[in-house]
Write a protein that binds this ligand. Structure first.
Ligand code: HSE
Length: 321
């Protein structure tokens, strides 16, 4: 067993409109975790120090998703007793919490990756993805946090089809990299309020009419082709989602104004990042700064403070050292 390991895991945006629950993109805002062993003691099993965006997080250390990811990986490797006691975790995050930027997925991935490296568990990326998706519940955020780039997750796709680079078959997940055209930027505006994913899922209807499902399927295909080719009409259609955004937009004050401002400033479209409240626009790179400013201004017009950032190339996946 090593004495310590440091991992960094990217945040992610998911859905991108019509890619609901299946498309995610790694975003270069990072969670850094150092896991260390300490002299064995009869005290608590884990001691957590939180910095950055996690400073105010009020979760008991044993319920922290980083620790739960660590324990889940040990269990998956058949070594549930091997987690050091106490485990010392130092967490430092640039990923805003409960804003739709994959902070929970990053936390569970960081814990699992730290365990894998610290204890030499021998889990491959597909196994890590399966463990974290099961724990955190959102494979569309877990996949880009592990593999980096843009990913498509087919859940429940049947027996193990793993073995190809960038794909995982364990747990029935098939994970495939998606192409993002080099001219595209993702522009994010993050308001100063939160929306818990649990609440954003509770507003979704249990069923949708068949015609709506047909439109959703077409828009989802439009997203994949639109991302690969920077196709303006397809991206516009894809970002105008019919499966989740219509039910969730009322949770995000200013949704219509901010997405409208993004389009007026030259975005192909804009939508919720994950389950919100962060809004993401897809745009030609050269328009990114103007669009970010327009989105923040539109929110300010509603009396809501917001910050923005934009990225070109998607981030890579986790790193461990
Ligand atoms: N796809 C999930 C949702 C992501 O939109 O509910 C949650 O982070």
């Amino acid at each position: 067993m090593r004495a310590s390991v440091t991992v960094r895991v990217p945040g992610s945006t998911s859905n991108l409109g019509a890619g609901f629950d299946c498309v995610g993109v790694a975003v270069g805002r990072w969670l850094r975790v150092t896991a260390r062993t300490a002299r064995a003691s009869a005290g608590p099993p884990v001691i957590v120090e939180r910095r950055g965006s996690l400073r105010a997080l009020d979760v008991p250390p044993e319920a922290d998703l980083v620790y739960r990811g660590f324990v889940a990986a040990c269990r998956r490797a058949g070594r549930p007793e091997d987690a050091p006691k106490p485990l010392m975790l130092t967490l430092e995050s640039e990923i805003p919490v409960a804003r739709g930027l994959g902070s929970s997925a990053a936390a569970s991935v960081a814990g699992a990756v730290a365990a894998n490296a610290l204890l030499d568990l021998g889990l491959d990326q597909a196994a890590l993805a399966a463990v974290c998706a099961e724990l955190e519940g959102h494979a569309d955020n877990v996949a880009p946090a592990i593999y980096g780039g843009a990913t498509l997750v087919l859940p429940g796709a049947g027996p193990d089809r793993g073995g190809r680079e960038g794909r995982g078959g364990q747990g029935g997940l098939v994970i495939t990299p998606l192409i993002v055209h080099e001219s595209l930027a993702l522009v994010f505006a993050i308001p100063d309020f939160t929306v818990e994913t649990k609440r954003a899922r509770a507003v979704l209807p249990p069923m949708v009419p068949h015609a709506q499902a047909v439109a959703a399927a077409a828009k989802s295909a439009a997203l994949v082709h639109g991302l690969a080719h920077a196709d303006a009409p397809l991206l516009g259609a894809a970002l105008d989602d019919v499966l989740h955004v219509p039910y969730r937009r009322s949770l995000v004050a200013g949704y219509d104004e901010v997405t409208g401002a993004a389009r007026e400033a030259g975005a192909y479209g804009a939508t919720l990042s994950g389950s919100g409240p962060t809004l993401v626009a897809i745009a030609p790179r050269e328009r990114a700064t103007a669009i970010a400013d327009a989105m923040v201004r539109a929110w300010r017009g509603r009396g809501i403070a917001a910050e923005s950032f934009h990225v070109g190339r998607p981030a890579g996946g986790y790193e461990a050292a």
